[in-house]
Design a protein around this ligand. Structure first.
Ligand SMILES: NC(=O)c1ccc[n+]([C@@H]2O[C@H](COP(=O)([O-])OP(=O)(O)OC[C@H]3O[C@@H](n4cnc5c(N)ncnc54)[C@H](OP(=O)(O)O)[C@@H]3O)[C@@H](O)[C@H]2O)c1
Length: 331
């Protein structure tokens, strides 16, 4: 069996989730970790039994033993770092959002195509079998014809003074971090991209979005509506409503291993597929499968899907007046 050596850029919060998820993999392992801080790299390497550490991202990219890089830094760094990885000939799995705007994503897609390398946005929710199974049931008409989807996602980040979400220079705000899940999961379940988007929002002192209230209309005539917030603790649930019933995705809907299907207000079916580890394992295995099959992305979260979700977020940001510093929006 072909096996893959991973390198991790940015051993912070989410990199730990990644490291736990890949540990039982038969196909891949983390061979190296790179951090601007030697100490942080060493500590992460010790915790997860990683052979090599680098205190310079570029040096890790020059390591011929590394096949694929996982980028786990804040959003504003993704574009330049993914570019560096692809230019160094490495496949890349990039945390969400893959870039801060759609134009940057298009540049990365062209680069990945020219290099024949995997460029995968790490939109973990979309790889979960619970959601695929639900999509199948919805397509079979388990709640009749879907009419609309409603969801909310939010946490009170203003209480965490150091949170990157509060900072415009780190592409903060609720939309790119949280609202992205409502957009992408709705897109996945409806299997189409919105043609009309309207939004209102409340900006913080730092001019990032504290709350966003958005409506999306799809070419089929269906709707999706969501609220995302970094100033409020919300229910973190999603509801898919059809002519004959509805489906509840309980909190946290983007990490879902459960879906409850109701008809006539009675529970008629539950999908329950516990994650083997923490839910990250599906996207990790899918990335390695893609490389083996010489594919540049997974159909579950394609380049077009990444671009379109970013276009929706670009549109919303424009409507509510959120613009990040020019240096992180630039190509
Ligand atoms: N899928 C999910 O459930 C999920 C959950 C949380 C986050 N995420 C995504 O993962 C990404 C990282 O989020 P996180 O919360 O893990 O980030 P984090 O812990 O704040 O930072 C991760 C790493 O990024 C680098 N970094 C952080 N702040 C920096 C700064 N000001 N300047 C330069 N480098 C900086 C550091 O790398 P060095 O060690 O090299 O200094 C740090 O170790 C985000 O894009 C987020 O959307 C996904």
């Amino acid at each position: 069996m072909q096996s893959f050596n991973w390198g991790v850029i940015g051993p912070g919060n989410i990199a730990n989730t990644f490291a736990k998820a890949i540990a039982p993999s038969k196909k891949g392992k983390i061979l190296a970790v790179a951090s601007r801080s030697k100490e942080r790299a060493s500590e992460f390497a010790e915790t997860y039994h990683i052979e090599k550490t680098y205190s310079d991202y570029g040096q890790m990219l020059a390591d011929p033993e590394i096949d694929i890089i996982y980028i786990a830094t804040p959003h504003n760094f993704h574009y330049q770092q993914a570019k560096m990885c692809l230019q160094a000939g490495k496949h890349v799995l990039v945390e969400k959002p893959c870039t801060v705007n759609a134009e940057q994503m298009k540049v990365l897609v062209e680069l990945a195509q020219s290099k024949n390398l995997l460029l995968q946005e790490a939109l973990w929710s979309r790889f979960m079998p619970c959601l695929s199974q639900l999509r199948q049931l919805l397509n079979e008409g388990i709640i009749g014809d879907i009419q609309y989807i409603q969801s909310e996602i939010g946490f009170a980040f203003q209480k965490r003074q150091k949170s990157r979400l509060l900072k415009a220079e780190l592409a903060g705000g609720s939309l790119l971090d949280l609202g992205i899940y409502s957009i992408t999961v709705s897109q996945f379940l409806l299997d189409e991209h919105p043609d009309i988007v309207t939004a209102m929002g409340q900006l913080t002192d730092q001019q990032v979005d504290g709350h966003v209230f958005a409506n999306m209309h799809y070419p089929s005539g269906r709707f999706a509506q969501f609220t995302c917030s970094m100033l409020a603790q919300t229910s973190n649930t999603m509801r898919i409503v059809g002519t004959d019933g509805y489906v509840n995705l309980p909190a946290c809907f983007w990490d879902t291993d459960k879906a409850e299907v109701f008809r006539d207000n009675s529970l008629i079916q539950t999908i329950d597929i516990p994650h083997p580890v923490n839910g990250f394992e599906y996207q990790i295995e899918a990335s390695m499968d893609c490389i083996q099959q010489n594919r540049l992305y997974s159909e579950v979260m394609s380049h077009r899907d990444s671009v379109t979700v970013l276009e929706v977020m670009d549109d919303i940001r424009q409507q509510i007046g959120v613009q990040f510093p020019q240096e992180i929006e630039a190509l």
